[in-house]
Design a protein around this ligand. Structure first.
Ligand SMILES: Nc1ncnc2c1ncn2[C@@H]1O[C@H](COP(=O)(O)OP(=O)(O)OP(=O)(O)O)[C@@H](O)[C@H]1O
Length: 312
């Protein structure tokens, strides 16, 4: 658990984070959104003390983060940034091994961890471990950046615009990987993004920042139904509300018994993408299949229309 307690950061007369309090539950994904310069990155960096607050306190699992030694903070809190920040003169394996190396892990344990993470991110350890970052595509580099942040098995992963530089296809894949990995390790993730679609897709809770303050901190559904301010409403985009609702759920959750003709949808597909496929195919229903290709039923236009309607 991360408890942020009346935290403020000033640079001279400029208050960039203004008396923010929020509690982040373990094993959840919290997404921070807001206008440029609203203090998102500064707030996040106070969690791992890359930025020291002017006042207030942050507790990690009950412990004031000022009392936690630097090496311990690095072990407990992973950090991944846009453009991945890989060391160019170190191989992929060496990059991932950075923090475990600093922590003095045994060589065999480090090697096993590097292998495990590369495999999890669908990069063949034998092929990719010895390569240098410039020998990888942008999407592969990004995955290595996240793998490196997870290497010391942190409970918490901070991510600053991690997918900002990726094209839409690779970005969607990276988001799915992240959710799968979050489930696998039970990591608590705090992620900053400018992309509201990404926020609604990934978040258990969304924090909206404006001028250094949190103007709303709520589950995505609650924010859609009850935006706290005009600013939140504008950020969500009134015209996007039904689609945002659909982007929260998966087609697996919307599947019903029965069969349908047409190209099957994977259960992990968002309901928004399913709606798009239904509209594009001109069909009333499409089959739904599990990860292993097993039929799970079908999804209909009518059921998605019901799910997109304002919750009561
Ligand atoms: N080291 C610093 N010294 C002085 N001002 C700073 C410093 N770091 C950040 N700021 C200012 O604090 C404000 C908030 O910056 P921050 O990076 O937290 O915003 P952000 O919401 O993450 O923005 P963006 O979405 O553009 O990345 C900005 O006005 C920025 O100029």
């Amino acid at each position: 658990m991360i408890e942020i307690d009346n935290i403020t950061k000033r640079y001279g007369d400029n208050t960039v984070v203004d008396n923010v309090s929020m509690t982040i539950a373990p094993r959840t994904v919290t997404v921070i959104v807001g206008t440029s310069g609203s203090g998102k990155t500064t707030l996040m960096r106070m969690i791992n003390r890359l930025v020291e607050p002017t006042s207030g306190a942050i507790r990690i699992d009950g412990e004031d983060n000022r009392g936690i030694p630097g090496y311990e903070l690095r072990r407990r809190i992973g950090y991944a940034i846009q453009g991945h920040g890989l060391f160019p003169h170190r191989t992929v394996a060496e990059n991932i091994a950075t923090v475990p190396g600093l922590l003095g892990w045994e060589k065999s344990r480090i090697e096993a961890k590097v292998k495990e993470l590369l495999s999890l991110f669908q990069l063949d350890p034998a092929a990719f471990g010895p390569r240098y970052p410039h020998e990888l595509s942008g999407g592969q580099q990004q995955r290595v950046g996240v793998a490196r942040a997870l290497a010391a098995e942190p409970n918490i992963l901070l991510m600053d615009e991690p997918f900002g530089a990726l094209d839409p296809v690779i970005r969607a894949k990276a988001q799915e990987d992240l959710l799968a990995i979050q489930k696998h390790f039970g990591t608590t993730i705090v992620l900053v993004t400018h992309d509201m679609e990404e926020a609604f897709h990934l978040a258990d809770k969304i924090a909206v920042m404006d001028k250094g303050r949190i103007v709303q901190y709520a589950a995505p559904e609650d924010m859609l139904v009850n935006p706290a301010t005009d600013f939140v409403e504008t950020l969500i985009g009134v015209g996007e509300r039904p689609f945002r609702l659909l982007s929260i759920g998966t087609v697996g959750e919307a599947a019903e018994a029965g069969t349908a003709e047409g190209e099957p949808l994977a259960a992990a597909t968002s309901q928004r993408d399913a709606l798009s496929s239904l509209l594009w195919s001109g069909r009333e229903a499409l089959p739904v299949v599990g990860a292993d290709g097993v039929p799970l039923g079908r999804v209909t236009l009518a059921s998605l229309a019901r799910r997109a309607a304002r919750p009561r």
